[in-house]
Design a protein. Structure first.
Length: 184
């Protein structure tokens, strides 16, 4: 189980990390005649991808703090983050979206004529691959996470309900001004 959990953690980190890396890179460049090309990053074209990758990382950490059904819910959230990343990454490959954003960035160059060329890089495909890794890790978490180790109960409140009531009565004594450590 520890090995499976470690592989799952690596899968999540790889998916989110690859997506975060890809969104900061140039996904497309639009050229207007002889003017310098307008370079557009993944964050420019599809700004929701980065927050989805960060939500995937947060879900990865949250899985360790939960048990049972909540782990399955977090796995489903992780898979949905991956689906969103994959779909938005494909949307980032749209030449129309790149042309629109480039025209907004350089309105004077866009006013002179149509875009001569829009070139895409491989980064949107890598972001989509990161989304696919998050989908796989989310599905794996839904299927298997209930058997994985979680956080220890080391810092949980010890004792039975009766002991907890005694603790409460000690605090109430302090509130009244009594010293509960004083022997009577």
């Amino acid at each position: 189980m520890k090995r499976e959990l470690g592989l799952w953690l690596l899968l999540c980190a790889a998916g989110a990390g690859l997506t975060l890396l890809a969104t900061g890179r140039v996904w497309a460049s639009a050229r207007y005649g002889a003017a310098a090309p307008v370079e557009l990053t993944g964050g420019d074209l599809v700004p929701a991808v980065q927050p989805l990758a960060l939500a995937g990382l947060a879900a990865t950490v949250a899985l360790f703090a939960t048990k049972g059904l909540w782990r399955r819910v977090i796995g489903a959230v992780l898979a949905l983050c991956g689906v969103g990343i994959a779909l938005l990454s494909w949307r980032g490959l749209s030449a129309g979206a790149a042309e629109e954003l480039a025209a907004a960035r350089r309105p004077l160059a866009a006013a002179t004529g149509d875009v001569a060329a829009v070139a895409h890089t491989a980064w949107p495909y890598l972001a989509a691959a990161g989304g696919a890794l998050l989908i796989a890790s989310g599905v794996l978490a839904v299927a298997r996470a209930t058997g994985w180790a979680g956080m220890s109960g080391r810092y949980d409140r010890p004792g039975s309900a009766a002991e907890q009531r005694d603790d409460k009565s000690l605090w109430e004594a302090i509130d009244r001004g009594d010293d509960p450590t004083e022997e009577r």
